[in-house]
Design a protein around this ligand. Structure first.
Ligand code: UDP
Length: 240
């Protein structure tokens, strides 16, 4: 372990689909995936127990398809399958870097991944394996942010690292649109619920609030940010 050991021993890293898409905005960019996997390896090397929840927005968003007339539940199941595609891609990249991994899915898919079993997930983490949670919560009408909150509560993670693709923190308006957007270094859960900041959905925020799980929102555009977050260095926005 490094002299400055990790501040957070067990983490849930939420990777939005967008964060995997690189500049393309769609699909999986291999170079981006490599950078992320390398950063994950870095934090396992300093003794952090790492689980990852993959999003799916780079491939499919249920709500958007629902608005276009598709049956919402079916559209959401498609979204959950998209998270599995991302999970398998990340697993492959991590294993290329000699990181031991397991994918656990909320939707049974025995040929490709283990089913989600809480105790087994914890065991994997204790053995130093990276556990990738795929398939969201397994239920339509939820999000992978909520999945991250739920799994964090279940495995008693010390923090959720909410990694974003384009933005590097929480602002009062979209910093990509409004140059004068105000940056928040710290927020309370209630701010997320009251101010409609769009950083995560209210179900996820409530779950974190009820279980007192801190969330660090930060950007992946700078390499090394995941390690900084785990070491407790000030980056992005801390929600607690
Ligand atoms: N999804 C779902 N239930 C869940 C998690 C995800 O139905 O528990 C579906 C939903 O359709 C969502 C899609 O999967 O639009 C992709 O997840 P999300 O939008 O959270 O991914 P991200 O925005 O993080 O890329």
């Amino acid at each position: 372990m490094e002299q400055n050991g990790p501040k957070y021993k067990r983490v849930v890293l939420k990777l939005s689909g967008e964060a995997l898409a690189g500049g393309e905005g769609y699909g999986i960019d291999m170079e981006t995936l490599d950078t992320i996997a390398t950063q994950i390896k870095e934090i396992t090397d300093i003794g952090t127990e790492v689980s990852v929840v993959t999003g799916g927005g780079n491939i499919w968003r249920g709500a958007a398809a629902g608005k276009e007339g598709m049956d919402r539940a079916s559209a959401d199941y498609m979204g959950m399958l998209a998270t599995m595609i991302n999970a398998l891609a990340l697993q492959d990249m991590l294993e290329r870097l000699d990181v031991d991994t397991r994918v656990q899915t909320a939707i049974e898919m025995r040929q490709v991944a283990e089913p989600y079993i809480r105790r087994r997930a914890i065991r994997h983490l204790e053995k130093g394996r990276v556990v990738i949670f795929a398939g969201g919560t397994g239920n339509p009408f939820f999000s992978t942010d909520t999945t991250a909150a739920l799994r964090a509560a279940e495995i008693e993670a010390s923090v959720i690292l909410l990694a974003k693709g384009k933005v590097d923190a929480v602002y009062d308006s979209d910093p990509l649109v409004n140059q004068n957007a105000m940056y928040y270094s710290e927020l309370k859960y209630m701010d997320i619920l009251n101010k409609d900041l769009g950083v995560m959905d209210s179900t996820a925020a409530s779950l974190c609030k009820d279980n007192s799980i801190p969330i660090i929102v930060f950007g992946l555009s700078k390499e090394g940010n995941i390690k900084k977050a785990v070491l407790g260095e000030k980056i992005g926005t801390l929600i607690k």
